[in-house]
Design a protein around this ligand. Structure first.
Ligand code: SF4
Length: 243
């Protein structure tokens, strides 16, 4: 089995529950959503070569021809993990669950936990590989940033994902409305109220503006009235110039 990959590299997880942990990142092509603040060039078929870091943390990359077999990808991940200990390997994108069968093939060769960074909509694909996934970082995408609301898909996704180490992230910006934020919190309160919930203030990009500090506090107030553990964590890797 072969897939086009964008890059494989070692870096510091900059978001969510495992912020600060050293991870290997495997970025896959393609996404099923269209977020306004998306900063990833991930059009399927747009990468003739995959950038693979030559030594963990060196920031030197070999440009290897795509598509890459699952065995080749697992070999590169295991090499990086031997060079420097890593907490997990993060499959990201794009939307990694568009490549669920490939992730299963790679995962069976790995010696580190499998971490999924997902937009939290492809619940059927998640169910197919839930047995090989250890940690799930799931986003809730609000109607103000995508063209089609995903409430039902998010609900079904949480039902599958909560069997694993799941945390849920929600990006809040100037455009986020009180109504949609409350709807997201109510959905999580209904399906998985014990799950760690992270409010991520948007990193301004592509016309998306930051939320005011007061708005972030008001959001956390509401979330804390319904959920057990609610934290505000921005994207830290951008502050310290990591990939
Ligand atoms: S889900 Fe992620 S990769 Fe897909 S459009 Fe949104 S930000 Fe971009």
């Amino acid at each position: 089995m072969k897939e086009n990959l964008i890059e494989i590299f070692s870096s510091i997880q900059g978001e969510g529950k495992y912020v600060g942990c050293r991870q290997v990142f495997v970025r896959l092509e393609g996404c099923n959503l269209d977020c306004k603040y998306c900063d990833t060039e991930n059009t399927p078929g747009s990468h003739a070569r995959c950038d693979v870091e030559t030594y963990a943390g060196s920031r030197e990359f070999a440009k290897l021809p795509n598509p890459r077999s699952a065995e080749q990808t697992a070999m590169e991940i295991n090499r990086l993990c031997k060079e420097v200990p890593h907490q997990a390997v993060s499959f990201t994108g794009g939307e990694p669950l568009l490549h669920a069968a490939y992730i299963r093939e790679v995962a069976k060769e790995l010696e580190v936990p499998v971490f999924l960074e997902t937009n939290g909509t492809l619940y059927e694909q998640l169910a197919e590989i839930i047995d090989v996934v250890d940690i799930i970082s799931m986003d809730i995408k609000l109607p103000s940033i995508i063209s089609k609301p995903q409430w039902e898909a998010h609900k079904r996704f949480i039902e599958v994902a909560k069997a694993k180490d799941l945390y849920i992230k929600l990006v809040v910006g100037e455009e986020t409305t009180e109504e949609e934020f409350r709807q997201a919190i109510d959905l999580v309160a209904e399906t998985a109220p014990e799950t760690l919930f992270i409010i991520q203030p948007v990193t301004p990009y592509g016309g998306c503006k930051a939320a005011s500090p007061e708005k972030i506090l008001i959001c956390q107030n509401y979330a804390l009235s319904k959920l057990k553990d609610v934290r505000v964590i921005p994207q830290t890797h951008k502050m310290i110039a990591q990939l």
